[in-house]
Design a protein around this ligand. Sequence first.
Ligand code: ADP
Ligand code: MG
Length: 365
Amino acid sequence: MRRFISITLAFALVLSLTACFGPPVDPDTVQESIQVIAMDTPMFISTYGRRSTGAAYASEDLIRALEARLSRTEEDSDISRLNAAGGETVEVGWDTYCLLDQAAFFNAETGGAFNIAIAPVVSAWGFTTDSFQVPSQAELDRLLALTDPRGVSPAQLGDAKFTASLEPGQSVDLGGIAKGYAADKLADLFVEYEVPRAMAQLGGNVLVWGDRPDGTAWRVGVQDPARPDEQNAFVGVLNLKNAFAVTSGGYQRYFEEGGKRYHHIIDPATGYPADSDLTSVTVVAEADPDIPRKNGAMCDAYSTGLFIMGEEEALRFWRSRRQQNRENAFELVLVTEDGRVVVTQGLAEAFTLDEGSGYTLEIVS
Ligand code: ADP
Ligand code: MG
């Protein structure tokens, strides 16, 4: 009863305040923002609506809980225990199980380009520890023999019991998909908290939910890969509502040795940083409350995989899948080494080239 009275009083107060100061505030424009550093990435999340504060705090908790499960560097995460198990089976949480399962699916989809079992090779290049080096060919050959994705075996043993195992010597790295998976989980959370609009930027993984308070689309800049350290150096802008947009590129993490640049996206066919004619790949797909939430992870896995494939194969991949269901439809923005921005038909309206960027725009169908 007291609670009822206090709510009534609060309501009366709001009414009287709005009576004094003009029209009532539209609850859908009430905003909360948080910053989180997790998964090695600065993240920014803005939520709107009556429950914007609860949603923002819950978003942070969700990301931290995922990181605790999936991190390769925290000792008791599911992934660390799995990588240290020497081929034994370990118990894992639901999210880890789902991610391993989805990663296997996207590995098959991308013809092996996206492969979480590439971890030993990523480590040999020093990307896990920041002690960069060019491994010898003999070492790469030895490690590549450990990257067969079929060695990764997630299993469901009961309603709420999940396990996973690897072949001895294998390890997995979810860096190419975990942020996309986190974006999928945020979309679930926005449904739960009845968030009418939101924007989540998890490094190169962006989720825009609903529209902006003025009813227009969210504006997602596509970073100019030639100017990675400059804020607002974009090849162009995507105008999007209810969408995941995920960018991968060699410019995001690299080291230089002997005048050569080595980046963090490894081609499982060679063990070397992918020798791509692309400098970045952005994958865009729908984030709709009514469709199953796997598109964030899909965009993340594809952005990594298609970067490795290069322009021609990436476009062939897009064409081969464009007739599929609305649920897993996706579109691309490819930035090429020779200064073109290649945009697939479905984004022709949404993408605006930055005229001052020096790039030329090509729409492909
Ligand atoms: P980022 O997470 O750095 O924004 P990506 O999504 O492209 O960019 O993921 C790159 C990360 O994925 C690397 O840092 C590494 O951990 C991992 N990785 C590298 N090569 C591959 C690959 N071929 N398949 C899957 N993951 C990869
Ligand atoms: Mg990725």
